[in-house]
Design a protein around this ligand. Structure first.
Ligand code: ZN
Length: 339
C-alpha cells in the first residue's frame, strides 16, 4: 500500500527548564518524588510497590539513611536513580530517559481506574505506547497485560480475526490505522511484546519501500530494520505460491471446462496489468473468494469451489509461517507466553 501522509511526530525540543510539579499527580501526602525531564510527581511508595515489582524492589533496598554502604544502595535500578538529594524532605528518584508526559500516562493509569480503559479505542496512540513501554520497563504487570490484550484486538493472532480488523482506513486511537503500524511496532519491540510482533511486522511489510525507508529512519534500529526487510522478502515469496495456485488451477479449468475462454497468456496480452491483483502483501486481498470472483469466467463453479479452498488453505499456511519470517517463535509459543 501507499501512504503519502507524513506520519512523523515532531520530537519535542529538549528543554533546559527544570521540571515542574504535575498538576494532578502531586499528592501532598505522597512520600516519594519521581523526577522526569518535564515533570515532578509526588506519589506513594506503597501504591507504586503494589503495582510494580521494580519499584517494590527499589523501595525495599537499604538506603544511605539505613546505614547501607554506597555499593548496595538503591541506585540505577532499571533506569531509575535514587538521588541523594530530597525534594521538600521527600526522597527523590530520577526516572532516567523517560518523558514526563509518558510517565504521567502510566501514573494516571495507576491512580485513576477510568483513565485508561482497555475496552475503549478512543485513547490517543501516544498514551497507548507510553503505557506499553513504561509498564514493561517498570514491571507494572497487570497494566502491561491489559494493554497487550487491548492491542491484540487490533493485531490478533489468527488469520480470520486479523482479516476482520485489517482495514487501514479505519480510525483507531484517534488516527487512521495505517499511521499507527510503525509506531506500534517500535513500541512493541522496545516493550518485548513478542506476541504483537508477527501482526505488526506483517502490516508494516505491505508498504512500498520508500515509505518503509522513511518510517524506519524515524523509528527502528538496524536489527529490527533487517528483520522487517528480510521478513518482507519471505512474505513476498510466500504470496507467489497463492498466485501460482490461482494461475495453474484456473488455467487447467479453462482448458478442460471452458475452451472458449482465453488462456491466461492470451488474457494477459490483452491486459498487461491482469496480475496486478497479486501485487499485495495483505492476505485479505488474495482470499479464495476474492480471487475467484475477480475473473468469474475463468473458473467453472466446481473448480471455483476447489480453488477457493486451496487458496484459503495456502493463506492459513502463510499465516502459520508468519512469525518465522520475522525471526520470531511459533504462534503456539507466543500464545503460551501470554498465559
Ligand atoms: Zn472447471
Amino acid at each position: 500500500m501507499n501512504v503519502d501522509a507524513d506520519d512523523t511526530t515532531p520530537s519535542s525540543e529538549p528543554s533546559n527548564a527544570s521540571p515542574e510539579r504535575h498538576d494532578i499527580l502531586w499528592f501532598p501526602d505522597g512520600n516519594v518524588v519521581l523526577q522526569t525531564d518535564t515533570y515532578l510527581f509526588r506519589v506513594h511508595k506503597s501504591v507504586l510497590s503494589l503495582h510494580s515489582s521494580v519499584f517494590k524492589d527499589m523501595f525495599e533496598l537499604p538506603t544511605v539513611e539505613d546505614g547501607a554502604s554506597d555499593e548496595i544502595m538503591a541506585d540505577d535500578t532499571a533506569g531509575m536513580k535514587a538521588l541523594e538529594e530530597t525534594y521538600e524532605g521527600v526522597p527523590l528518584v530520577a526516572l532516567v530517559g523517560d518523558k514526563g508526559e509518558d510517565v504521567a500516562h502510566l501514573l494516571r493509569t495507576v491512580y485513576d481506574h477510568g483513565y485508561y480503559i482497555s475496552r475503549s479505542d478512543d485513547h490517543p496512540l501516544c498514551k497507548i505506547t507510553a503505557i506499553l513501554v513504561l509498564s514493561t520497563k517498570y514491571a507494572f504487570e497487570s497494566i502491561r497485560t491489559d494493554v497487550i490484550g487491548h492491542l491484540l484486538k487490533h493485531y490478533p493472532m489468527t488469520l480470520s480475526e486479523f482479516d476482520m480488523v485489517d482495514d487501514d482506513q479505519a480510525t483507531v486511537f484517534q488516527d487512521l490505522r495505517c499511521f499507527q503500524h510503525f509506531k506500534l511496532l517500535k513500541a512493541a519491540l522496545v516493550a518485548d511484546a513478542d506476541v504483537l510482533l508477527p501482526g505488526l511486522f506483517y502490516v508494516c511489510s505491505d508498504f512500498d519501500l520508500g515509505h518503509i525507508a522513511q518510517s524506519l529512519r524515524e523509528t527502528l534500529d538496524k536489527e529490527s530494520t533487517w528483520r522487517l526487510l528480510k521478513g518482507r522478502d519471505h512474505l513476498s515469496l510466500a504470496f507467489k505460491r497463492i498466485q501460482w495456485i490461482y494461475l495453474s488451477e484456473s488455467e487447467a479449468c479453462v482448458k478442460l471446462h471452458a475452451p472458449n475462454q482465453p488462456t491466461f497468456d492470451q488474457f494477459r496480452l490483452k491486459d498487461p496489468e491482469a496480475t496486478a491483483v497479486f501485487d499485495t502483501l495483505t492476505l485479505k486481498d488474495v482470499s479464495g473468494d476474492k480471487l475467484v470472483s475477480t475473473w468469474p469466467h475463468r473458473v467453472c463453479t466446481n473448480c471455483g469451489e476447489r480453488l477457493e479452498k486451496l487458496i484459503n488453505e495456502e493463506r492459513e499456511k502463510i499465516w502459520e509461517e508468519l512469525p518465522s519470517y520475522f525471526a520470531l517463535p511459533d504462534w503456539d509459543i507466543l500464545r503460551a507466553a501470554l498465559e
